[in-house]
Each structure stands twice: as C-alpha cells, then as structure tokens.
Design a protein around this ligand. Structure first.
Ligand code: ASP
Length: 439
C-alpha cells in the first residue's frame, strides 16, 4: 500500500503542528509521499504565509523596500526550524528569493515560495527526498494544467522513491517559470501525486474531522459524514461546501483512488471517505445539505409558450449573449423562470431584459431578487420513498415558503429555492428532520 498525504496550512503553521504531522507520518510506513501547504494561521487573527508573500511581493513590484516584510516571513520559518531543532538554514534560499523579488519574478513565483520552503523543512525533518514541484508539475502555454505530461514525468520520478516531499500549490511552464493553481491548490497537487503513483489512498489532513453534514455556521455541531461519493461531494461543493479545492476530485477520480479527509489535531478520528461508489448506506437518508444565497429569478410569461417551438432557446440566448450562466430553469405551461447569480446578473439586467423582448417577445417579465438555493444531496434518496414529502413538511413546519423545487432525474439531489432571509431556518429544519429526528 502506498499513501499520499497532504497537510493543510493550519497543520503546518508552527513547530508544534509539524511534530504532530511527523508523528502521523511515522506512525504508518505507507505514508511515503507528502504534500505540504505553506504555514497557515497559528491563531485567530494571524496571517497565512501565502498572504504575507503576496503582500511582500506587491511592495517589491512597486519598487518599495520590502526588507522588513521578507524578514517577517523568514522568522515564521525560523521559528519552525528552531522548534524542531533542525540543522538547517534557509539563508541562501532567502537571498535567492530577495534577488528574484527585486527582478520582479512574478506573483505566482512569490506565492509558491510558501510551499517550496515548507517542503524543504518537511523533507529535512522526515529524512525524505525533496522534489521541487516546478520539475514535475507542468502547465501548458495557455495556463492550463498539463495532466498528461505531469502524470508521465511525476510517475517516472517517484517510481524509485522511498519517501518524498513534493510541495503543493505550484508547478511550472515548459520554460521553468513558476505557475500556481488557484488558492487552496495544494489539495490539487496531492490529488495529482496520488494519481501519478497510483496510490491506494489520498489522505488529506486538515483541522476538521471530516466533511460535515451541514455548515457549522448555520447548524450547531453538525455530524461528520462517514462516506460520500465524488458525485455527491461535487453537488455539495458547488453549493458552497469548502472542504477541498473543487479541482482536487478529478485526478484521483480518474483512477478510482479514495480520498480520506483527516484531522491532524485528532488523528484517531477516522474522518470522511470520499469514494467512487460504495455499497455503504449513509447513516441518514441524506448525505449532506448545502446552499448559497444571492440568486435572482427572472420570470418570463407568455400565453401559449408551451406550443412555441424554440421559445426556451430564445430565452436562454439572451443570457448567453450577455455572458451569464444560468443555474436552474423551472417552467410551467405559460411561464419559464431562469435562476442566475445576482452579482453576475445585476449589472447586465436591462440588457438581458431587452434581449428577452427582442428574441422571445414575452407578455411580461418579472424579476425577483435575494433568493437562496439549498441542495439536499444523498445517494440514499434514490431508494427511499417520502423524501420529498419530508423535505416540504419540514419547511412548512418552519414557516418557510418554497419558491422553487428541482429534482434531477438521478435522484441524487433536490434543489429548493427560498428567500434569502429564510435560508438558515430552512437548513436547520432540514437537518432536524433528517438527522436529529433519526438519532
Ligand atoms: N498556500 C496556498 C493558499 O493559501 C495553497 C494551499 O494552502 O493549498 O491558498
């Protein structure tokens, strides 16, 4: 068995955290490939090293002295090195970074140093080989991640390795220029490495004991999900779940490698398993509840709309022409409603409306704002009768008016539209009926 282990910023924010990570890795000989993030926040109000690097480089770019800021970053690493009693100095590395900042090596290069330096420390601490991600993770000229080249180079490079640290978050163009993934991208690196070595599991260590059934800012102490499928997680992530970087699912999913979300501060917790498919029934009918506020509904009415071939296409064309993607399109006999993100739509509202008049000649258009969408997701719904009834009974009980209902034919999720102000009440009511009431 070979495991790829990725540790997030809070797991590596201090020497104390590094020691926990070291213990986790040493406790299991199969944990051979390690992907670290940059040091994150040590306490509330602290600054992540990645953010310090962005700020420091902004000064360098505008020609302002950045010595103090760079020193503050160096101190963050020195504190870790001292706390671990390592015989390691990053002086030469910081000289190079200073020079490259002066030569304006770019924002991507700057941000990537957080992971790069943490990787050097981690490799030294574990006695593992350090492999610079810029030599094994590639981007094409258009900035797209080059999966084929990366997979080949990385699997060749790691084939003979008995223990390696590959820093997360970045790679390089063919000419060696560093490029980062979007924020939180170390999750993606971990997944790419797991795919390349055909790992048995991709362990993603963070500061929570797994994926929670609902947002803890809305529901008090929500339970952890034991097992969730990639597809379920995709549905929930789209609706605001933020456990993993969205793109982290794809590489491992291609090879059916499970992801295990674990807590560095409670390593004895088994965490959440994210898998391709499973015969494991989820503990409850639903697997998770997520949602987002800030949607708009554009209600379009036209008599005999149902008989007019091409009406739907013409309606959607107006959104397409204005570069707006739609979320859901529930329809009736003489009405069609288009749900869009309010912030995307707001500035183009009148253009879209003019387009609708021009293209579809509706009888009336009515816009409703401040709506929220809630997704109730679960593979268990497919085989269970009465799920919809329970959802709506719970919402009616909580005095929440349902504006829209959409159930995909996969029966994996039910999407419900409510007013923004009812969002929290609705989620709590759903959690109560599907989780609390089942305990
Ligand atoms: N350090 C980067 C960030 O803060 C990447 C990561 O942690 O995954 O976004």
């Amino acid at each position: 068995m070979r495991k790829v282990v990725k540790f997030g910023g809070s797991s590596l924010a201090s020497a104390e955290q590094f020691i926990k990570v070291g213990n986790i890795i040493r406790a299991d000989r199969e944990r051979v490939f390690v992907v670290p993030s940059a040091p994150g926040k040590r306490f509330d109000g602290d600054t992540k090293v990645t953010d310090m690097l962005y700020a420091c480089y902004a000064l360098a770019e505008s020609g302002v002295d950045f010595g103090d800021e760079l020193n503050a970053i160096k101190e963050r690493y020195q504190e870790i090195i001292d706390g671990l009693h390592l015989e390691l100095t990053l002086d030469a590395e910081f000289e190079t970074i200073k020079r490259n900042f002066e030569e304006k090596a770019g924002k991507n290069y700057a941000a990537s140093r957080g992971e790069y330096l943490n990787g050097i420390i981690m490799a030294n601490y574990l006695g593992y080989e350090f492999i610079d991600a810029a030599e094994v993770i590639f981007f094409g000229e258009n900035g797209e991640f080059d999966a084929a080249l990366t997979d080949q180079v990385l699997s060749d490079r790691l084939a003979k390795c008995r223990g390696a640290v590959i820093p997360g978050f970045y790679g390089a163009y063919a000419d060696g220029r560093v490029k980062t993934f979007s924020r939180g991208g170390s999750d993606v690196t971990g997944s790419i490495v797991a795919k390349a070595v055909r790992a048995d599991v991709y362990e993603n260590w963070t500061d929570v004991s797994g994926v929670l059934i609902a947002d803890p800012r809305v529901v008090e102490n929500p339970e952890v999900i034991d097992t969730i499928t990639y597809r379920e997680l995709r549905e929930l992530s789209y609706m605001g779940f933020t456990v993993l970087h969205e793109d982290a699912i794809f590489p491992v999913r291609q090879r059916g490698i499970p992801i295990n979300i674990r807590n560095t501060n409670c390593p004895e917790d088994s965490g959440t398993w994210i898998v391709g498919s499973t015969c494991q029934k989820s503990k409850y009918i639903i697997t998770g509840i997520a949602g987002k506020k800030g949607f708009c509904a554009i209600n379009i009415e036209k008599d005999m709309m149902n008989a007019e071939i091409g009406f739907g296409r013409r309606v959607l064309q107006s959104f397409e022409e204005n570069g707006i993607s739609f979320e859901h399109v529930p329809s009736g006999i003489d009405t069609m409603t288009v749900f869009v993100h309010q912030d995307e739509f707001m500035h183009k509202e009148q253009k879209v409306v003019a387009g609708l008049h021009r293209l579809a000649s509706p009888d009336s258009i009515d816009i409703e704002s401040d709506l929220a969408l809630i997704a109730v997701v679960g593979r268990g719904m497919k085989s269970t009768r009465g799920t919809a009834a329970r959802i709506f009974a719970a919402l009616a009980h909580a005095n929440v008016n349902v504006k829209m209902i959409d159930q995909g034919s996969s029966e994996l999720n039910v999407i419900i539209g409510v007013r923004d102000e009812d969002f929290e009440t609705a989620i709590r009511a759903l959690y109560d009926i599907f989780v609390i009431a089942q305990l």
